[in-house]
Design a protein around this ligand. Structure first.
Ligand code: ADP
Ligand code: 5GP
Length: 190
């Protein structure tokens, strides 16, 4: 049996990764999203176990100590990590997995899984990015902090195989769908 493919989706906070992923998962694409850990508080509407596994700093440290994290990173003062078990098991079982993680995490994953397919979602501009964060209900101080991080992250886009500008949501979802479908087709002619 073939091993699963690993897709990594990155891009600045507020660019639309979650929205894109949610739409993508409504399609007939055979792919599993990996729910990651975070120490940040849930935003309105976010559900534990669906959007993230929201955990305490103590629990995060425990998981790190137990080598249960495939990678971890600090982003904007909060900690985020990918569960090792889930990813390794799904890939072993032949399921394709998609990770929505930051640029530091993506580089680590690329080291561990050189065949991983890295996709960067870019905003049409930093102004548009700020608007989207506002729309999502992020506090002003957080928006300013995250915009600074975003400019640094945008420079990392050159290390990604694929860069998609999320201007029109529907078109971005369509393009991502086609990219994943074509990679899956390359492996086993599905
Ligand atoms: P991320 O997961 O990258 O942090 P979100 O998916 O939470 O970003 O999106 C941030 C905000 O931008 C949400 O309010 C979402 O509805 C909106 N959004 C996402 N994509 C687009 C788009 N193409 N055009 C306009 N608004 C968008
Ligand atoms: P947010 O707080 O906006 O949901 O996420 C902030 C950043 O952390 C985003 O770039 C998101 O993709 C990233 N992120 C989410 N989960 C993980 C993870 O498990 N590992 C890493 N490295 N980054 C993550």
């Amino acid at each position: 049996m073939r091993k699963g493919l690993l897709f990594v989706l990155s891009g600045p906070s507020g660019v639309g990764k979650d929205t894109i992923l949610k739409e993508l998962l409504k399609t007939d694409l055979k792919i599993t999203k990996c729910v990651t850990y975070t120490t940040r508080l849930p935003r309105p509407g976010e559900i534990d176990g669906v959007d993230y596994k929201f955990i305490s700093l103590a629990k995060f440290e425990e998981l790190k100590k137990d080598d249960a994290l495939l990678e971890w990173a600090e982003v904007g003062g909060n900690l985020y990590a990918t569960p090792r078990d889930f990813v390794e098991r799904k890939l072993e079982e032949g399921e394709d997995v998609i990770l929505k993680i930051d640029v530091q995490g993506a580089m680590k994953v690329k080291e561990l899984f050189p065949d991983a397919i890295l996709i960067f979602i870019a905003p049409p501009s930093l102004e548009v990015l700020a608007e989207r964060m506002k729309k999502r209900g992020s506090p002003v101080e957080e928006i300013e902090r995250r915009l600074k991080i975003a400019s640094r992250e945008m420079e990392m886009a050159r290390d990604y195989q694929i860069v998609l500008v999320n201007d029109d949501l529907e078109k971005t979802v369509e393009k991502l769908y086609e990219i994943i479908k074509s990679k899956q087709g390359e492996v086993c002619g599905r």
